[in-house]
Design a protein around this ligand. Structure first.
Ligand code: SF4
Length: 66
């Protein structure tokens, strides 16, 4: 599973970081989320899905892989 972040859309609310603390941090420079490393480790897929679902700006997209 992969998660792509569109930083042009991100507003830095930080919900992704709250829901997926292992995957997301906010940049100290511009306050926006930082693209997580892909692929998402299997143990963090659930929180990754939660982060994607919770982003109010739809800045995160989920790419499932087989
Ligand atoms: S929840 Fe969405 S808009 Fe907010 S910081 Fe995370 S990616 Fe950006």
């Amino acid at each position: 599973m992969r998660i792509n972040l569109d930083r042009n859309v991100c507003q830095g609310h930080g919900l992704c970081q709250m829901n997926a603390p292992h995957l997301f941090t906010l940049s100290e420079e511009d306050g926006l989320a930082i693209q997580p490393s892909n692929p998402i480790p299997q143990e963090y897929e659930e929180e990754g899905r939660l982060a994607v679902a919770s982003c109010p700006e739809f800045a995160l997209s989920l790419i499932e892989e087989d």
